[in-house]
Design a protein around this ligand. Structure first.
Ligand code: PBG
Length: 342
């Protein structure tokens, strides 16, 4: 037999049994911190989304059923995203603050049938904008910051009126958090929280989401004489930047954001970590559509154990510092955790 090494430190001692590992685990992934993003459309039936296997565009009945399932599994909230009929899209995105629009109806129905559900609405114009951008596009092809902020205020107040618990601006316009807070307060919605997408990167990982909503920016020249930017890089952040992320977070915290989000999650764990170090409010991270689609594709190809890989990825996002995780895997993860995944 080999002579034992004279080691004072043997870190493996605490990895010896499942019980020990459980006892000393530093990060505990639970359903409590998960949010399920859900797609809705104006149809009675649920409709599969090719780009996102396992996800559907819900009709309102299906939406209530899915949200009820989330609650039953311990997932506290859902984030709503609408697929808006092409005929309702316009350059001014006015449908975004129609009180009888799809999102207000969905919110009202959810809050009526599942009052304890946390309902989060997206504040951004892209699903409603004929140009496909989160903001209003001028004739010169600029995304007009200040005009967009005014529109976002109308949208957020409309969502609050319908009963949203958290309005979540994902548009990346400057100054929108302060403007939203003032507009919500003036309208009497002091209790509606702002969950800011403070750090949103111009990412390639949103592809399946845009396919799901048919909301990709309309590349120029879509209309005679107008140039429409084909990407979102004049407002979403450059993936190479982290210091700038801290600046965005500081601004949104100063302006009254109730939480700050980093998006996407997996490629930006360092950013999540740095944001968590400076934020005195909860940090959220969005495990986005492309991250989900990659895991699905690898699992379908037999290259990964889906359950183990997903729980590892979500644990990594939590370990980096995310208190709240938006993920299309929320219900699967909650189910796997309830089954006692190690
Ligand atoms: C747009 C918005 C996007 C996502 C959430 N809100 C896409 C974009 O910025 O183009 C992406 C979410 C995902 O990919 O899962 N306001």
């Amino acid at each position: 037999m080999t002579e034992p090494l004279e080691l004072l430190q043997r870190p493996r001692r605490l990895r010896r049994t499942a019980g020990l590992r459980r006892l000393v685990r530093e990060t505990r992934l639970t359903a409590d911190r998960l949010v399920l993003p859900v797609f809705v459309h104006d149809g009675a039936e649920d409709e599969p989304i090719d780009a996102l296997p396992g996800q559907v565009r819900h009709g309102l009945d299906g939406l209530v059923a899915k949200a009820g399932e989330a609650l039953a599994l311990g997932v506290p909230g859902v984030a709503l995203f609408p697929k808006v009929d092409a005929g309702l899209k316009s350059r001014g995105a006015e449908e975004a603050w129609n009180d009888n629009g799809l999102i207000p109806r969905a919110v009202a129905r959810l809050k009526r049938e599942l009052p304890e559900l946390v309902v989060i609405t997206d504040v951004a114009l892209d699903p409603y904008n004929a140009d496909g951008h989160d903001g209003l596009v001028t004739d010169a092809g600029e995304v007009d910051n200040d005009a967009t902020v005014a529109a976002l205020c109308k949208q957020a107040v409309c969502q609050a009126r319908a009963g949203a618990d958290v309005v979540a601006p994902s548009d990346m316009m400057d100054g929108r958090v302060a403007a939203l807070r003032e507009a919500l307060d003036d309208a009497g919605f002091t209790g509606v929280a702002i969950g800011s997408y403070a750090v949103k990167y111009a990412s390639a990982f949103y592809g399946p989401f845009r396919a799901a909503l048919d909301s990709a920016p309309v590349a120029s020249p879509a209309q005679a004489g107008r140039v429409i930017p084909g990407d979102k890089r004049t407002y979403q952040m450059d993936p190479a930047n982290a210091r700038e992320a801290l600046r965005e977070v500081e601004l949104d915290l100063d302006d009254g954001a109730d939480w700050v989000m980093v998006k996407p999650a997996g490629p930006y764990l360092d950013v999540i970590h740095r944001v968590a170090e400076i934020s005195d409010r909860p940090v959220a991270a969005y495990h986005v559509s492309g991250e989900y689609a990659m895991l699905k594709a690898a699992a379908a190809a037999g290259a990964l154990d889906e359950r183990a890989a997903v729980l590892e990825q979500l644990t990594g996002i939590a370990r980096a510092g995310a208190d709240v995780i938006f993920t299309y895997y929320a219900l699967d993860a909650a189910r796997w955790l309830a089954e006692g995944a190690s």
